[in-house]
Write a protein that binds this ligand. Structure first.
Ligand code: SF4
Ligand code: SF4
Length: 364
């Protein structure tokens, strides 16, 4: 395993971290949490020492499963993170509410402290400022009390807004979505964070599965290696010198092996160098939906990610109508029910023109 230093901390973290939102659903439904925990233990055996978890992942079982695994290991052999925001606190903001949530995570994870505690899922600057004002003092107190070691922030904002988060100087790490689809939009943010000594953790390195599902389109990522498209997409992210940990979701031990192989030979390069190399390769991919699902609160119940997934097919030269009818089983005509309230576009992590696309879809 390749290890990197996490920002200004002295922590040496694995270039691949385990995102613990992909434990096997069937095992969870069957109450077989121990079997899921074996995957986390296997990842640790293969050198993964960074585990990213949160409340609600995997039917709210992720922290518990991860705790089952990590409690079998020496505490100084891994780093564990969890997350909190106003949503997880039911919009309650007292120190007691914050501490109750934190203690719940600690208890489930069977640890006395978290290495990283994230202000979770900041979609825009306004929401960040509000939640930072209300909750940061509780993070600081928890750090003084020894319950957390590092305060970090997770965000879906674009480059220039990310820079403003970095400029607060309050966070030692940042978790962002970054991949071969959206990297052009995230450059300013990652450079600012790196230059300010922050560790950068990346989620969604496979673009919501879109990259491995379209191997021909993304085959350029594999050039010069014997890696698969998925492995190459992980390597693409992990090879940025600015990026500390690339999170991969593991359902099985095979997934662990795949990810570990992706960084076996890792040559770190600057984001600028990588940008220059890939700028003219592949198609213009920043306009694809990554399926993150953050737009899922449509007042007229349009299942936006499915429609945007079909639109992806259109961009990638596949049959959009076929995707809607045969894969998703939803009518194109439903797209015409959009009342153009704009909620989804505000929430969209890829900043896509959803309304315009729905209009186009409704006419096929
Ligand atoms: S703009 Fe249209 S699709 Fe988006 S949330 Fe509003 S009604 Fe739904
Ligand atoms: S439309 Fe935007 S917010 Fe919705 S799933 Fe796609 S990328 Fe995510």
């Amino acid at each position: 395993m390749y290890y990197k230093q996490f920002g200004k901390t002295n922590l040496k973290v694995s270039a691949i971290g385990m995102g613990t939102m992909r434990y096997n659903d069937d095992d969870i439904n069957a109450g077989n949490l121990g079997k899921c925990a074996e995957v986390a233990l296997y990842a640790h055996e293969k050198g993964v020492n960074y585990f990213d978890t949160a409340p609600f992942y995997c039917q709210d079982k992720s922290e518990t499963i991860t705790g089952m695994a990590l409690s079998q290991l020496k505490r100084d052999s891994f780093y564990i993170s969890s997350k909190v925001n106003l949503g997880t606190l039911d919009n309650k903001t007292t120190a007691d509410d914050f501490n109750r949530r934190l203690e719940k995570s600690l208890k489930r994870l069977k640890v006395d402290y978290l290495d990283f505690y994230y202000l979770w899922c900041m979609l825009d600057l306004e929401s960040f400022k509000k939640q930072n004002d209300l909750l940061y003092k509780h993070f600081e107190q928890a750090k003084k009390d020894g319950l957390i070691r590092n305060i970090a922030v997770s965000s879906h904002m674009q480059g220039s807004d990310l820079e403003k988060v970095v400029d607060t100087g309050l966070y030692s790490g940042m978790l962002i979505g970054y991949n071969a689809l959206n990297y052009r939009f995230r450059q300013a943010g990652i450079k600012a964070a790196y230059n300010n000594g922050m560790g950068i953790v990346v989620m969604n390195p496979l673009g919501g599965g879109l990259i491995p599902e379209n191997p021909d389109t993304f085959s350029y990522l594999t050039e010069g290696s014997d890696l698969t498209v998925a492995q190459s997409a992980l390597r693409f992210v992990a090879s940025h010198k600015e990026i500390t940990v690339t999170l991969a979701g593991f359902t099985s031990k095979d997934h662990v092996d795949d990810a570990v192989k992706a960084v076996k030979v890792l040559k770190e390069r600057s984001a600028d160098e990588i940008y220059d190399e890939y700028e003219n390769k592949g198609i213009a991919l920043n306009n694809l939906c990554t399926g993150c699902g953050y737009c899922m609160h449509c007042p007229v119940d349009i299942d936006i990610p499915k429609y945007m997934d079909a639109y992806n097919m259109n961009i990638l030269g596949h049959d959009m109508a076929g995707r809607l009818n045969n894969h998703w089983h939803i009518p194109a005509s439903k797209a015409s029910e959009c009342i153009k309230c704009g909620n989804c576009e505000e929430l969209c992590t890829q900043h896509l023109p959803i309304i315009e696309r729905l209009e186009e879809i409704s006419q096929i």
